[in-house]
Design a protein around this ligand. Structure first.
Ligand code: FE2
Length: 204
């Protein structure tokens, strides 16, 4: 089984003005596609691993032969994280979560504004390349964290719900070194319906 680049559900320019078309095009067509290609290359000659889903590969990295473990971690992680990233964004999305996810955020972080502030600070403070996450742990509590490179809470057995890419390739063309401005604008792009769907499925 070859891993594939999932289709993008909107045009490259659909996230303007917060995320420019050129950044989306290069990020999706070159960076994301590159991780998919390198993941497939790493799995060549390992039919038993090609049978596994991407999530299963990343949840049990210790079972991967050592000579390709780092390649699977980096490129499988890069593939999974970007798959989720594009999915949880949409043009003109709702400004905040609703329903059960809203209740869960309120009970875990006091209120939405507090969650937004904590997440924004975490993403802004993350040193160098990485990702900021909202995830659900095995006790079904919501948590936030940041991870280096293409690591994710999935590798620790948690369920990622929402993710922000803070690699420079995610914002440098439009924002240069102004990561805080990129993060602030990114809140306008979240597809809360999709995040709620992932959360609801994870609760079952
Ligand atoms: Fe990225």
């Amino acid at each position: 089984m070859n891993h594939k680049l999932p289709p993008l559900n909107y045009e490259f320019n659909a996230l303007e003005p917060y995320m420019d078309a050129k950044t989306v095009e290069i990020h999706y067509s070159a960076h994301h596609q590159g991780y998919v290609n390198k993941l497939n290359a790493a799995l060549e000659g390992h039919p038993e691993l090609q049978e596994k889903s991407l999530k299963d590969l990343l949840k049990s990295l210790n079972d991967i032969p050592e000579d390709i473990r780092t390649a699977v971690r980096n490129n499988g992680g890069g593939t999974f994280n970007h798959n989720l990233y594009w999915k949880i964004m949409t043009p003109g999305g709702a400004k905040a979560p609703k329903n059960k996810l809203n209740e869960a955020i309120n009970s875990s972080f006091n209120n939405f504004d507090r969650f937004k502030k904590d997440f924004t600070e975490l993403a802004g403070a993350h040193f160098a390349s990485g990702w900021a996450w909202l995830y659900m742990n095995s006790e079904k509590n919501l948590k936030i964290s940041s991870t280096p490179n293409h690591d994710s809470p999935l590798m620790e057995g948690h369920t990622p719900l929402l993710v922000l890419d803070v690699w420079e390739h995610a914002y440098y063309l439009k924002y240069q070194n102004r990561r805080p401005e990129f993060i602030e604008n990114w809140w306008n792009l979240i597809n809360w319906d999709e995040v709620e769907k992932i959360y609801t499925e994870a609760c079952q």
